[in-house]
Design a protein around this ligand. Structure first.
Ligand SMILES: *Cc1c(COP(=O)(O)O)cnc(C)c1O
Length: 371
């Protein structure tokens, strides 16, 4: 009997190689950074680390503003944006599970929420946003998810921001870029965003546990006038400590070290432009593969994600069986999200995945389809 090929040794690993849309595969060098000796958090060592990360994040976000780093998952920063930037009314655009969640977070914070839904698989467009602002405005902010991980749709956030700035200059633009940041370019200042948040465990390819958020000056100005900002995610408190390169409460020191190693790699070894190009190439490769094998693509044409492809299961394959087969080879992909389970499946190409690794995954799926 011939052994199945195993070019990366994945079938011998205790856990499968992740092709799911978060957490993503973390490089050994980044994992190992977490094993360094512990330090006190009120030390110069910590401040130096925090300052270095801050400078790196401003480069990656292309911003002159600050980037808050909190020990939480990304959802913590969804809540922070609402608490700090919304006095009363927020318009939440919903085209999938994570954008829906943001509307629930806003309602949970006691704000008045106008929810504008489009069909899953569709993008949030500048025209839709313009209409909603005219119909439902004024609003303190809008929320939009850049890359809906549940559907594989990328919405044109730069164009949306331009429209909001024109029609409703006092309305803040809050963007969830959890599964797109570090996988595609997000020039925060050029686009005129107000909050752009992300998590460590998606395209950044770090372990979960950190949330990052670039925040504009005008949000901090408004935060001064808003009651009930809470404590843990109070932007003004975070800002006060950030000025001294530290955090109000104990930071996740090991995770910060991992993030620093990974940001150094992204910025100074791979380079952001190469990283974005690689994501675009892997996405293109995955889409071509899906179509040429007789599957469909769930996301609307023109808005397909560079970091995760939602394959429409038009062949009606058994997605569970596919994943069982893949796991026997040391890999795993994701089934469709919620109601889209089995009707779609998701192949993530975010993080540090190479062309060769992607090729091998697709070949192995072919093997399953052929058998
Ligand atoms: C994963 C994800 C989230 C949730 O992030 P957590 O870090 O799990 O809180 C929110 N939004 C999007 C678009 C996501 O992909």
């Amino acid at each position: 009997m011939t052994q199945p090929k195993d070019p990366f040794g994945w079938s011998k690993r205790p856990y499968p190689r992740l092709f799911i849309p978060g957490p993503t595969e973390v490089r050994p060098e980044v994992l190992q950074a977490q094993a360094e000796l512990m330090i006190g958090h009120r030390t110069k060592d910590l401040e130096d680390l925090f300052a270095a990360i801050q400078a790196q994040l401003r480069r990656l976000y292309e911003t002159k503003y600050r980037v808050f780093v909190t020990a939480s998952s990304g959802m913590g920063q969804q809540e922070a944006a609402i608490r700090n930037g919304v006095r009363d009314h927020v318009i939440c655009f919903v085209n999938g599970a994570f954008s829906k969640r943001w509307s629930e977070v806003a309602a949970g914070c006691g704000k008045r929420v106008t929810r504008v839904d489009v069909e899953w698989g569709q993008a949030i467009t500048p025209d839709l946003v313009a209409d909603a602002l005219r119909t439902h405005g004024p609003a303190d902010a809008i929320t939009v998810v850049h890359n809906e991980t549940s559907t594989g749709v990328l919405s044109p956030v730069g164009e949306i921001a331009a429209v909001v700035r024109e029609i409703a200059p006092d309305t803040f633009i809050f963007v969830d870029a959890v599964s797109s940041f570090a996988g595609t370019r997000i020039p925060f200042d050029e686009w005129g965003l107000d909050v752009c948040l992300t998590s460590s465990q998606k395209a950044l390819a770090c372990p979960p546990g950190l949330a990052l958020a670039a925040v504009s000056d005008r949000v901090l100005e408004r935060a001064k006038t808003i009651e009930g900002r809470g404590w843990y995610f109070d932007y003004l408190l975070l800002e006060k400590y950030l000025q001294r390169n530290t955090t109000p409460s104990t930071p996740a020191i090991s995770l910060l070290r991992a993030l620093h190693v990974q940001l150094t790699y992204i910025l100074d070894e791979e380079g952001p432009a190469n990283r974005y190009a690689r994501h675009a190439e892997l996405a293109e490769m995955t889409r071509e593969w899906a179509l040429s094998r007789g599957f469909g693509l769930f996301a609307a044409e023109g808005y397909r994600s560079p970091t995760v492809t939602t394959v429409a299961n038009t062949r009606g394959i058994d997605v569970g069986a596919l994943n069982t087969f893949l796991k026997s080879r040391g890999m795993v992909i994701s089934n469709g999200y919620g109601d889209l389970k089995n009707k779609t499946f998701r192949i993530a190409h975010m993080g540090d995945t190479t062309r060769e690794e992607m090729q091998y995954l697709l070949e192995t799926i072919d093997e399953f389809l052929g058998g």
